[in-house]
Design a protein around this ligand. Structure first.
Ligand code: ZN
Ligand code: ZN
Ligand code: FE
Length: 747
């Protein structure tokens, strides 16, 4: 049997089934999946096979069953025999899963031998991807190898009627991993349950505690203590970027945020992602958690340890990645104290190694359905089917929000969120992930797909990999990622709106209307470009882009009257002389420009901040769009100069920034509708795929979906894969697979 059949209680299931049908034989894990030999009357064998297909365990996914007839051996009884590491590896590692209800009940039962034991798990729940070192999946190939089972645990492990029968991470307080707590100044040290209580107490007192979780260290503090939150911001050098909050239960979440049906479903799913939720008006107690925003990321406990901490400590706790800004989440016990020095007041750690780093996942509900924003715990390494088979490909993704992707036999495996490759730690994580994912999949890629940006670190890696290279245009990859997710390969109108990406001639793209399929693309139209005075500096200081937009539109510059004249003149000069001021069509830069002109934000401290705040202040309801013109050239240009003049007029007349924001969103949505209509007239195409980081903007995405649907378009949007650069590797891999497939077919 092939598929996700290891680490999901499959062998125990087979054992029970064999017993039910009075069959003898054996079951084992090998590299290819699960191998079963059963002996008995043919009618029983047929019923056995039918049950295998019709009722596998909840987390299993059966891809195929190959059946052949062997001579009868006259065996008695049914055995689970040790794994065999032979044959090509074709099985899949399951995702990590939050504790099941049976384990939770035991966790809180004082009579249970695992009462308050934070590493409780069973075949239906617990860590998987984070602790598997190699396949086939069994204890000796996981980080649990370091702990030998005690007598009681071994009995469970060996008893086919026990729900921990062959639960590889099985553990108890007598034999499994244990916790320790220590304060940074060395005043306090506790082990076991006292460590949990001490950590919960420290969090309640507003101290910052580094907690070793399943996929890395988190920093926790009390969410309802504004001074604690502020301390965390100062120490992490993170003045504005929102923090996620873990809540004891859904009721606690509902006290501060609105929870829709789709949001509740995501919150309580085994993946336990952070869900971005609209804040209630009265929840201003959560001061400083999401400055300038009307939404907050919240989650439920995802491990037994988190259940205990939330039960003992405050009902709402900030849980943010244990790292310095822009570094990947810390996992290494030895280095973590150094890396978090000056940030954490105390440490709650344990003695089980983290093999694979894994962040919390983030989703947001868009148009009534959950959409991935950051894909990690609970979703990785699930397979995404591709329309093409072909040789294994590794795709290196983009440089920010990096994730990589490896293909195997017509399926793509998009890695967990890796992050911004600028830091050496993140680049190390990137290389490590390519190696580990390839090993778990049992493939050695022969092709590498990469971005066209010559300066991306991911491109450099591809260039020096020695593999055959396939360069993929950034926005084509965005659209292909959306198509792959929907199992499409036929031509569509692709709208890729993001910050900036590299065009085929080295120019900067990011507001693109494409006609494309997996094989190729044509640029049908794009937004009018803006000058980025000082390149990266223009992205950190949206007022520079705002000034460029005003100059371009011939609008008065009064919005920036308060900027120091010398500074303003320097930027004007740079733009006029085209000095370090490349032109870029990025839709994200248009959000920046409007936010700056509207007086909302001049400089940012995290990526996308101006656009995120512009979305947040826009009031609901109908708003008049500003004027736009579609220029009749090829590719056509969406001329937003009339919009800029309108925004400048409104800003000068002291119209509220929220109104300007709402009108601008409406303008962009309408401009997009006009654009895709023009492409439809030309090509007859009706499916439209929306991708790029700007479609994380719920206000824009929902309005665009509404307008396009009413106009008869079929709209494809991201669900399981992020629309931002976290999805680019999937698109690269899909395009590369398609090219390999065509090459093979045409000899
Ligand atoms: Zn369980
Ligand atoms: Zn034990
Ligand atoms: Fe992008």
């Amino acid at each position: 049997m092939r598929g996700t059949v290891q680490g999901v209680g499959f062998r125990p299931f087979v054992h029970r089934l064999a017993a039910e049908h009075s069959l003898s034989g054996l079951v084992l894990n090998d590299g290819a999946g699960v191998w079963i030999e059963v002996e008995g009357p043919s009618a029983s064998l047929a019923r056995f096979e039918a049950s295998l297909r019709s009722a596998p365990p909840p987390f299993a996914r059966v891809d195929s069953i190959d059946v052949s007839v062997l001579p009868a051996e006259g065996t008695h009884g049914f055995r689970i025999v040790p794994s065999v590491a032979s044959g090509g590896i074709r099985t899949l590692v399951p995702c990590d899963s939050a504790p099941c209800s049976d384990c939770l009940r035991e966790l809180l039962d004082p009579a249970d031998r695992r009462y308050r034991y934070p590493f409780i798990n069973c075949t239906a729940c617990g860590p998987r991807y984070t602790l598997v070192r190699d396949l086939p999946y069994d204890r000796s190939r996981t980080t649990m190898r370091a702990f030998s089972l005690c007598k009681a645990c071994r009995e469970e492990y060996e008893n086919p009627n026990d729900r921990r029968f062959h639960a590889e991470p099985n553990a108890c307080p007598a034999c499994g991993p244990s916790l320790s707590f220590s304060s940074s100044n060395g005043d306090a040290a506790f082990a076991g349950d006292r460590a949990v209580r001490a950590a919960a107490q420290a969090v309640a007192e507003g101290r910052i505690v580094a907690i070793k979780g399943v996929g890395g260290f988190l920093l926790a503090t009390s969410a309802s203590d504004p001074s604690a939150v502020q301390r965390l911001r100062t120490r992490k050098h993170r003045p504005h970027k929102p923090f996620a909050v873990m809540a004891r239960d859904v009721d606690e979440i509902e006290r501060v945020a609105h929870v829709s049906g789709a949001a509740r479903e995501a919150l309580t799913s085994p993946a336990r992602p952070i869900v971005v939720l609209p804040l209630r008006q009265a929840s201003l107690a959560l001061e400083g958690l999401a400055p300038g925003l009307r939404e907050i990321g919240m989650m439920l406990p995802s491990t037994p340890l988190h259940f205990l901490l939330l039960a003992d400590g405050p009902a709402l706790q900030v849980m943010t990645s244990g790292n310095r800004s822009d570094e990947p989440i810390a996992v290494d016990e030895a280095s973590v104290r150094g890396r978090l020095e000056g940030i954490a007041d105390a440490f709650l750690t344990h003695d089980r190694a983290i093999h694979t780093r894994l962040d919390d996942s983030v989703v947001r509900v868009v148009a009534g359905t959950a959409q991935s924003v950051r894909r990690a715990r609970g979703y990785v390494p699930a397979a995404i089917p591709l329309p093409f088979g072909g040789p294994p490909v590794v795709a290196t993704g983009a440089d920010v929000k990096n994730a990589v992707c490896i293909t195997r036999d017509g399926e793509a495996f998009l890695s967990q969120h890796i992050g911004d490759l600028a830091s050496p730690e993140a680049f190390g994580f990137f290389e490590e992930t390519i190696g580990k994912l390839g090993r778990l999949l049992g493939v050695v890629p022969s092709f590498v797909a990469h971005d066209m940006h010559p300066e991306y670190r991911s491109t450099h890696w591809a260039l020096s990999s020695g593999m055959e290279r396939i360069a993929v245009q950034h926005h084509h990859a965005h659209i292909a990622s959306c198509l792959a997710e929907h199992g499409r390969s036929h031509p569509v109108i692709g709208v890729a709106f993001d910050g900036t990406g590299c065009g085929p001639e080295g120019d900067l793209w990011g507001g693109e209307i494409l006609v494309c399929d997996m094989a190729g693309f044509r640029r049908a139209g794009h937004l009018r470009p803006l000058a980025l005075a000082g390149r990266e500096a223009a992205i950190r200081q949206p007022w520079r882009v705002g000034l460029a937009a005003l100059l371009d539109a011939g609008a008065p510059l009064s919005a920036f009257d308060d900027v120091e004249p010398a500074r303003r003149d320097a930027i004007r000069h740079m733009i006029a002389r085209r000095m370090s001021s490349p032109m870029a069509t990025g839709a994200g830069r248009w959000f920046d420009a409007i936010a700056a002109i509207a007086g909302l934000r001049r400089e940012i401290s995290y990526e996308g901040q101006a656009a995120i705040e512009l979305e947040a202040i826009a009031p609901a309801g109908d708003h008049e769009p500003y004027e736009v013109v579609l220029e009749k050239c090829t590719p056509f240009v969406v001329d937003l100069r009339p919009t800029v003049r309108g925004v400048a007029r409104d800003a000068a007349a002291r119209v509220a920034a929220g109104t300007i924001a709402a009108r601008f969103h409406e303008t962009l949505a309408r401009a997009l509708l006009l654009s895709v209509r023009r492409v439809r007239e030309e090509t007859g195409l009706t499916p439209v795929a929306l991708s790029g980081g700007c479609f994380q903007n719920k206000l824009l995405a929902e309005r665009v979906i509404e307008l396009l649907t009413m106009d008869g378009f079929e709209v494809l949007v991201h669900r399981r894969v992020p629309p931002n650069d976290g999805g680019v590797a999937l698109g690269q891999a899909a395009i590369a697979s398609c090219r390999c497939w065509h090459l093979a077919r045409n000899g």
